[in-house]
Design a protein around this ligand. Structure first.
Ligand SMILES: *[C@@H]1O[C@H](CO)[C@@H](O)[C@H](O)[C@H]1NC(C)=O
Length: 317
């Protein structure tokens, strides 16, 4: 009970931008512009996949939900970073910190599930084309997406429950831009064994299993594509999954780099900068990759744009 009181009353200080704070205005503008691009790009994907009937397929249904998730994910961290930069107000209460962390890890888990679903969708489309519409019907797609969100948010409750038991007695300065898991638990003076084991199991389940499933899907996809006799047939099949392949490669690439970076003190700043990179890179690149590489999305954007232009002309008259 005593520990509980202590930990709820506590305030953390986010040290993220100290050391870089001679450039606050420049950093503020840079982060703000990045955030705007992320919001705009992903909102455009949500809008266009919703309104254009040509994009009413399972693949774009999953993409829409992924873009929606990216908006949530960045909105958990970036606005707070901006306030931090602008007001120099660096304290954050324990409960806000725990809430931020809970949303971050839950959305991260959900993202892994969604990316895996998208790989499975491509697997069925390319390797089992005859039963595609039977397997990926609307009801199943909705169930799969809702299942991903529930899995992500339920599984991480246990970590937050364990975290709320921690006692903090030492310095409360977090060397990060937001309430990241490792920098926060490092400040605790409780025994961290159980929490560390549970966190390890959770992160393995939510990264290794999706990775293996995605890899398996793509191995089957590549084998199937190689068996297609004509070159145009090969290209056509590959073009439907290339955007997703790039996105998952970047996603797991950054995950593996983040995992392999040594967690020593000398590399602390590198880790810190990398954590920012990690939170903005997939949300930023997803809409770009899908809208620049994908013929159907490009076509839908072109149609929407010409409608807007037509509408503007009407307004002029
Ligand atoms: C994505 O799925 C979640 C859970 O089913 C739902 O709450 C959310 O509205 C969906 N978002 C979009 C844009 O479809």
């Amino acid at each position: 009970m005593k520990g509980r009181n202590q930990s709820t009353a506590i305030e953390f200080i986010l040290l993220g931008f100290s050391g870089l704070s001679n450039l606050p205005v420049l950093l503020f503008v840079l982060v703000l512009i990045t955030y705007m691009i992320i919001l705009l790009g992903n909102a455009l994907i949500v809008l266009i996949t919703f309104t254009d009937p040509a994009l009413h397929t399972p693949m774009y249904f999953f993409l829409r939900n992924l873009s929606f998730l990216e908006i949530c994910y960045t909105s958990v961290t970036i606005p707070e970073m901006l306030v931090n930069l602008l007001t120099r107000e660096k304290t954050i209460s324990f409960s806000s910190c725990a809430a931020q962390m809970y949303f971050l890890i839950s959305l991260g888990g959900t993202e892994c599930c969604l990316l895996t679903l998208m790989a499975y969708d491509r697997y069925v489309a390319i390797c089992r084309p005859l039963v595609y519409t039977a397997i990926m019907n609307k009801g199943v797609c909705i169930q799969l997406v809702v299942g991903s969100w529930i899995t992500g948010f339920l599984a991480m409750i246990i970590i937050i429950i364990l975290m709320s038991q921690l006692i903090f007695c030492g310095p409360t300065e977090i060397n990060s831009f937001f309430c990241d898991f490792i920098p926060v638990i490092k400040l605790s003076c409780s025994d961290l064994h159980v929490l560390k084991v549970v966190a390890f199991i959770c992160s393995s389940v939510f990264s290794v299993i999706p990775f293996i499933l995605t890899l398996t899907s793509y191995i089957c996809i590549i084998i199937t594509i190689l068996r297609i006799p004509s070159t145009t047939g090969k290209q056509k099949a590959f073009s439907t999954c290339s955007s997703h392949l790039i996105v998952v490669t970047i996603y797991y690439g950054t995950l593996i780099i983040a995992y392999m970076l040594p967690k020593t003190d000398t590399l602390r700043n590198l880790n810190k900068i990398f954590s920012v990179f990690y939170t903005v890179v997939t949300p930023l690149l997803n809409p770009l990759i899908y809208s620049l590489r994908n013929k159907e999305v490009k076509e839908a954007l072109r149609k929407a744009l010409s409608k807007c232009v037509a509408f503007a002309r009407i307004m002029e008259m």
